[in-house]
Write a protein that binds this ligand. Structure first.
Ligand SMILES: NC(=O)c1ccc[n+]([C@@H]2O[C@H](COP(=O)([O-])OP(=O)(O)OC[C@H]3O[C@@H](n4cnc5c(N)ncnc54)[C@H](O)[C@@H]3O)[C@@H](O)[C@H]2O)c1
Length: 263
């Protein structure tokens, strides 16, 4: 028995590491997926490899209201409705102390990671309400439950979506729509490569290398490694599916034990 038979899922950040892993698993479990991202070439190739009978894409900037409305409309027109939103598009911003952090970068991170998620909820909830059910999964982070020096905008944004999720879960429960966050520790995607490079640059020391920086990140994870995008996607699949029918308003860690200690 496949777990998302007949379901229609919108996945933002669908061209990225975690988004595309989720798209492949959701499609393999019977869903029709609509991938949303700014990167058209990547979207085209991922949709091609999943198959156009199961997947479509919309090029959109999640921070723009009319484009957020547009991807919901496109999903309804192409596949007939929306059952699942994986609000996953995100950017890391800079690695810099607050005193030096560029104001534009702060605004940009909040725009994508918070406003972009909120706009997704704003336009998808009416479409789900029409169907009388739905599951919304928001990608937060271990940075959503604890601080990290140098990452004020990202940490702020990932905490913010937990508050947003809790509010949405309360508003949506009477509509039959569940809302949860998935909170990964470092995962093997472009985003961690970028963060490792920025950390090395911020250290300004010949001792700092990408390899050492990665080892330092891994040392803080009890399982001593980064996660794979597929390991995150499996939790997203659970929360998207009816297997999690009693789960709403929850913060779900997928972090190799990172949040169990206080290091
Ligand atoms: N990789 C990690 O270690 C990690 C850990 C915890 C949480 N996360 C979160 O997981 C999510 C996915 O990240 P990833 O690791 O797959 O990184 P990624 O960079 O591979 O994917 C992010 C995707 O979001 C897209 N995107 C960015 N801004 C957008 C916008 N304005 N409109 C539309 N699309 C936009 C990018 O084009 C990219 O394809 C993000 O929300 C990220 O914060 C990642």
């Amino acid at each position: 028995m496949v777990r998302l038979q007949g379901k229609i899922a919108i996945i933002t950040g669908g061209a990225g590491g975690i988004g595309q892993a989720a798209a492949r698993q959701f499609a393999a479990e019977g869903a029709r997926v609509v991938l949303v991202d700014r990167e058209e070439a990547a979207l085209q190739s991922i949709v091609g490899s999943i198959g156009e009978d199961k997947a479509s894409y919309v090029v959109a900037d999640v921070t723009q209201p009319e484009q957020a409305q547009g991807y919901v409309k496109a999903a309804v027109e192409r596949w007939g409705g929306v059952d699942i939103l994986l609000a996953n598009a995100g950017i890391e911003g800079a690695v810099s102390p607050i005193t030096d952090y560029a104001i534009d970068t702060f605004d940009q991170v909040l725009a994508v990671n918070v406003r972009g998620v909120w706009l997704g909820l704003k336009y998808v909830i009416p479409a789900m309400r029409e169907r009388g059910s739905g599951s919304i999964v928001i990608t937060s982070s271990t940075a959503g439950i604890g601080g990290t020096a140098g990452m004020s905008a990202y940490v702020t944004s990932k905490h913010a979506v937990i508050g947003m999720m809790r509010t949405a879960a309360l508003e949506c429960a009477p509509l039959g729509i569940r809302v949860n966050t998935v909170n990964p520790a470092p995962i093997e995607t472009r985003m961690m490569r970028s963060l490792e490079e920025m950390r090395v640059a911020a250290e300004d020391s010949s001792e700092a290398t990408i390899e050492r920086t990665k080892l330092a990140f891994e040392a803080r994870i009890p399982l001593q490694r980064y996660g794979d995008p597929e390991e995150v996607a499996k939790l997203m699949l659970f929360l998207a599916s009816d297997d999690s029918s009693f789960c709403t308003g929850g913060v779900y860690m997928v972090d190799g034990g990172r949040s169990a200690g206080n290091t």
